[in-house]
Structures are given as C-alpha cells and as structure tokens.
Design a protein around this ligand. Structure first.
Ligand code: NDP
Length: 311
C-alpha cells in the first residue's frame, strides 16, 4: 500500500484527513498509509501546498508524484529538486466558487449596481435602465478549467462571451482568440475583461499600458487570476485617465496587499483579499485519490503541470 505524506500546512490536516481517507477508500485504497510525518525514503505520493515546510524534494527518493492542493503552481513549478510529475488542483468545488465570484462581479458592473448601493441619498435617479447582457461583451483571458467554466456560466444570460488562450480552442457560442494577435483582438472587444491566466513568465504584465489602451473606453477589469498579470502603475494611470472605469482585484503582486498601496484608496478599485475561490477539501480529496489510484494502476496522472510552460 502506498505511503502518502500530507505536506501542506499542519492546521489543514484535521480538515483534510477524513476527506482524504474517505476518498482513498472510494477508489479502492482503504489501507493506504496517510501520514503527516514519514521517513522521506518511504513516501510514494505527496499531497502538497507550496507554502509547505517541504521545499527540498531530494530526500524523497521513492516519490511517484506531487499532488498540489492549489490551482496555481508558480511557487513550486521552478523548484529544481522536484523531478517527479507535478499535478495541479482542478476541483469541482473550487471551479463552482470561481464561477459564482466571477458571475457576481460581472453582474455588479454590468448592471451598474454601485450607483444605487452608494446612492441612497433621497435622490430619485430614474431614467437610466441597465442594458441587457446581450449588449455587453465579456472577454475571459485564460480559457482553461476555470475560464471556460466562467464563460459557460455567463452565456445563458446572453453576454457576448469571448475567450483567449495560448493554444487555439473551439467552444460553441464563444468567440475564441489565441496568441499575441488574439490578445489585441479580445482586448479591443471586451467591455468587461476577466483574467484567469496562470502566473508564468509569459503572462506577466499581460495588461500593461499599451494593452490597457486597446480596451474600449469605460471598460472594467476583474482579476481573480494572479497579481503579476497586471502592471499596477499602468492600471492606476488608466483608471485616473478614465479610460478604465473600474478594476475589481482579488490577487496582488504582494499579499496581503500593503495598507499603503494606492489600490486600497482608489475610488475605482475594489480590493478583495484573495477569496475568489479556494480548494474545497471534499471534492479536492476525490481528485487526489483518483490520481493516486491512477499512479498505482500505472495509468497517466490527471492535470499534470507542463514544467516548461510553467502551468
Ligand atoms: P488552466 O491551466 O486550466 O488554464 C490556464 C489558461 O491560461 C489556459 O487556457 C491557457 O492556455 C492560458 N494561458 C496560459 N499561458 C498563456 C499565455 N502565455 N497566453 C495566453 N493564454 C495562456 O488554469 P485554471 O483555469 O485552473 O486556473 C487559472 C488560474 O486561476 C490559476 O493559475 C490561478 O492563478 C488562478 N486561481 C485563482 C484563485 C483565486 O482564489 N483568486 C483560485 C484558483 C485559481 P491553453 O488553454 O492554451 O493552455
């Protein structure tokens, strides 16, 4: 039976242990040894979070795979001591959470809800009725597990949805773009842009001054992806110039976002504290157990990270 080391933060153990045990039993591995401490040479699989105390994988000579609890792998993908397969987290629960957060924030901006939430001052502001979704263009940058789910959830409202990815994609009802030329196309046609790209050398500053200028005047940016996707100063300049109407940001170059960062005080920025979605222990444990089952059966692992691409 395989030995599985839980190498995330210790306080997560009590939350995950019952779910992992149940999921391992479900895939036919009820006797798997699930531990928080082990001789590194005995460990077959590691359930991992990049903020783990394990940063040197060299002693784990028998390791078959590292199973990340997070979707983002930017803090582990470059670890030269990690030479075995690395799987990132794709979890139904996390996907649902991200869909709900993104749809909520898209609707907030689409409907202009702030005007009335903040306008409870006795003034009857009639006459300006919200537009229909079919007249609003939403671009989803990063068309992977999360981006596609968000696009799929927005479509029934009638939004004109487009997606951008590295490689070409075909999705019914969505205008798809890819590569550098595709980025200019999607930005020019996005009234609301949702960023769901990973943090890699190729995605840093995807929204810089030049790219922000391509967006329609009055566009809104929603970033639950990663902080480095945006050039902070370029965004502040575009907001101050009124070219970008609002930015709702969940992720930042430095987290927690320092109290003196200009995003906090900017009237056209909404800061949320990296809460768009998180891994849900019950569904994530099923994902991890399935990958361990696959490893034991000699089948290919799911959701492997491409170490060269960085995601
Ligand atoms: P995926 O790996 O499934 O999707 C990534 C998408 O980005 C793919 O469509 C990929 O293209 C595209 N992409 C990558 N590099 C480029 C590039 N250079 N140019 C254009 N497109 C590119 O990731 P997920 O959807 O699972 O997650 C996306 C990100 O969301 C995570 O990396 C993480 O940073 C963030 N996240 C944030 C959370 C939060 O609470 N704020 C929670 C969970 C995740 P292709 O399809 O061609 O490979």
């Amino acid at each position: 039976m395989p030995t599985i080391l839980f190498a995330a933060r210790p306080e997560r153990w009590n939350i995950y242990a019952p779910h992992l045990r149940a999921a391992l039993a479900e895939v036919g591995l009820p006797d798997a040894r699930l531990v928080t401490e082990a001789d590194p040479q005995d460990v077959d699989y590691m359930v991992y979070a990049p903020n783990s105390k394990v940063q040197d994988f060299t002693p784990f000579t028998r390791l078959k795979a590292v199973l990340n609890l997070w979707a983002g792998v930017e803090d582990v993908v470059g670890n030269a001591t990690l030479t075995v397969p690395l799987a990132r987290m794709v979890d139904d629960g996390m996907t649902n959470g991200m869909v709900e957060w993104c749809v909520g924030h898209v609707l907030r901006h689409h409907l202009g809800m702030d005007a009335h939430i903040h306008g409870q001052d006795g003034i009857w502001r009639s006459g300006k009725v919200p537009p229909l979704a079919r007249d609003r263009r939403v671009g989803v940058l990063g068309f992977g597990a999360l981006g596609r789910a968000v696009a799929t959830a927005l479509m029934p409202f009638g939004f004109q949805v487009s997606g951008w990815s590295r490689s070409p994609k075909e999705v019914a009802g969505v205008t798809t773009h890819h590569g550098a030329a595709g980025l200019s196309e999607i930005l020019a046609t996005s009234d609301i842009a949702v960023l769901l790209l990973p943090d890699t050398p190729a995605t840093e500053n995807t929204l810089d001054a030049e790219r922000l200028a391509l967006m329609p005047k009055g566009a809104v940016i929603i970033n639950p992806g990663r902080g480095p996707l945006i050039d902070d100063q370029a965004l502040l300049d575009a907001l101050d110039a009124g070219h970008i109407a609002h930015a709702t940001l969940d992720v930042f170059r430095e987290e927690p976002l320092p109290p003196d960062h200009p995003f906090w005080a900017h009237p056209a920025v909404t800061v949320t504290p990296h809460i768009a979605s998180e891994t849900r222990p019950s569904s994530a444990s099923r994902m991890i157990a399935e990958n361990i089952r696959r490893g034991e059966a000699g089948e290919p692992f799911l959701h492997l990270v491409d170490r060269d691409l960085g995601y």
